[in-house]
Design a protein around this ligand. Structure first.
Ligand SMILES: *[C@@H]1O[C@H](CO)[C@@H](O)[C@H](O)[C@H]1NC(C)=O
Ligand SMILES: *[C@@H]1O[C@H](CO)[C@@H](O)[C@H](O)[C@H]1NC(C)=O
Length: 344
């Protein structure tokens, strides 16, 4: 008993120095990891996405055939469809934010094939930031298409900026208003309705198929080529949110997955294709991904300019990929299009 009680203080001291020796590095490593994880949580989770996320169900791609000077009869036949005796009318529905230049390209590209350009713009963003009526203030640039434009402004009243549900409620309000505007535009059962963002542009060949072919699926996603900042930076082929509908009484505006069918090679999607730095900054702050603007430095004009010219990610984020090989392939700046270099 006595021996034990004599040894006890010694053992305790030894233990506590030992514990101390391990405790310091342990605490250090722990706090560094905690800081790293909170600072870089997004990067880490994006990097590990192949481990925690499963890719969405793949689409069934409908191959898209087109060539100059082929008759619509032949083209529809190549897709296994018949031909209509008269074409369907085409309505193009867009929720507009501030993509003015891309909208002008869209309307020039589609003017000969579209019957009505239905466009809604609100005086506040989904996140409640007041927004000028960019389209309305630049109507003169769209005079060439005025005979086909059906426009309305959605007034957004007082918003509670603390409400976390607010962006979703405002977005739902936009969709409701666009559905009402569509009704007023004179759309009827059997017409084609394209639902897209302003910067998702279906190709004329795609719209011609939708107009003329008998037996097309009632809803198809359109596979668009993804570009970033301009048509200089081609990202991939994976833009899928745009849809083409044969209109029914039940058709409602959506911008999400609606069917497994997708028409391949159906147009272009040019994200962040703006003329001025302030437009980039506005889009970065204003829309659904505003949570990505982590630091004020992100909105620094010099940084934005540099990022755009290099083809880097404007939010300093890793690509959203579902396998490590795709992730590594896409890391770093977007390579420039060869075509662009040749033309230089
Ligand atoms: C298509 O037809 C037009 C007019 O008939 C002709 O000028 C043009 O060369 C044709 N294009 C091709 C690729 O055959
Ligand atoms: C939008 O317009 C309406 C009606 O003109 C106005 O009452 C409202 O305050 C405006 N909202 C913003 C955020 O400016």
């Amino acid at each position: 008993m006595a021996g034990n009680s004599v040894n006890l203080p010694h053992v305790t001291r030894r233990r506590s120095t030992l514990a101390f020796k391990f405790l310091i590095p342990f605490v250090l490593v722990l706090s560094v990891s905690v800081i790293a994880v909170t600072q870089y949580f997004q990067s880490i989770s994006y990097f590990l996405r192949p481990l925690w996320d499963t890719p969405p169900k793949p689409f069934t791609r409908i191959p898209h055939y087109y060539a100059p000077n082929m008759s619509m009869h032949q083209l529809c036949q190549l897709h296994g469809w018949g031909i209509l005796s008269s074409p369907r009318r085409v309505f193009d529905a867009v929720l507009f934010s501030n993509e003015l230049d891309v909208l002008e390209i869209r309307y020039h590209e589609l003017f000969p094939y579209v019957d009505r350009f239905v466009i809604l713009e609100a005086n506040a963003t989904f996140t409640g930031i007041p927004k000028s009526l960019t389209f309305f203030e630049n109507l003169n640039r769209f005079a060439f298409a005025s005979s086909k434009i059906v426009y309305d402004m959605l007034p957004i009243g007082e918003l509670d900026p603390d409400s976390r549900r607010m962006p979703f409620l405002v977005e739902a309000g936009h969709r409701r208003a666009l559905n009402n505007l569509l009704k007023r535009s004179g759309i009827a059962v059997g017409d084609v309705l394209i639902m897209a963002d302003a910067d998702e542009i279906p190709s004329p060949e795609t719209v011609q198929l939708l107009k003329w072919c008998d037996g097309i699926p009632p809803i198809m996603h359109l596979e668009l080529k993804n570009y970033m900042y301009s048509f200089e930076f081609h990202v991939d082929q994976n833009s899928w949110r745009t849809t083409a509908h044969v209109f029914t009484e039940r058709t409602k505006y959506q911008h999400s997955r609606q069917t497994d069918l997708m028409l391949a090679d159906a147009g272009w999607h040019c994200s962040f294709c703006f003329r001025e730095i302030k437009e980039f900054a506005f889009k970065m702050k204003a829309y659904s991904h505003a949570d990505r603007v982590k630091h004020d430095i992100f909105l620094n004009p010099d940084r934005i300019q540099r990022v755009i010219c290099n083809g880097d990610n404007i939010f300093d984020m890793l690509p959203e990929e579902y396998t490590f090989s795709d992730l590594f392939k896409k890391m770093g700046p977007i390579p420039r299009c060869v075509l662009f270099d040749v033309e230089q």
